[in-house]
Design a protein around this ligand. Sequence first.
Ligand SMILES: Nc1ncnc2c1ncn2[C@@H]1O[C@H](COP(=O)(O)OP(=O)(O)OP(=O)(O)O)[C@@H](O)[C@H]1O
Ligand SMILES: [Mg+2]
Length: 139
Amino acid sequence: MLFSSEDETYHWAVEFGRTLKPGDMVALYGNLGAGKTVISRGVCKGLGFDGNVCSPTYTLLHEYPNDPPIFHYDLYRLEPGTDICEVGLEPDYLGKGITLIEWPERLEENTAGITHIIKIEILSETSREVSLEKVGAEQ
Ligand SMILES: Nc1ncnc2c1ncn2[C@@H]1O[C@H](COP(=O)(O)OP(=O)(O)OP(=O)(O)O)[C@@H](O)[C@H]1O
Ligand SMILES: [Mg+2]
């Protein structure tokens, strides 16, 4: 998909967010400034959360009070290859929430549980190529 403004990307993400189910985990790949947080903000909106959504760069995880709850990670500062269990990437062990992960590259192959992969490519200052892939067991 080609989005030529932040708004277009955001509005797509709102619709995408509405399709997510408790237990879903979304990995957001893309360089600095690609739009991972823009998409996270849209997904949160689509799930009914109206509060502030920003990259949790200094805290690793933001949890947003919502029904379903939303767990928003930014793993930028993690050592590559960190074990997913070591960082406690599964606060959602009951599968009741939606998990969003910026910089999933830091997990290398430890990506068990991820249900959706979004890749964002910067084409120009205002345009982005965005792909969505569903993975794992889906019924
Ligand atoms: N088509 C577009 N879609 C999304 N963002 C866009 C688009 N065009 C321009 N932008 C701009 O790109 C930036 C994306 O920032 P955002 O914080 O979402 O990136 P990020 O991938 O989360 O980066 P980081 O790795 O630093 O967390 C914003 O400043 C936004 O306005
Ligand atoms: Mg971000």
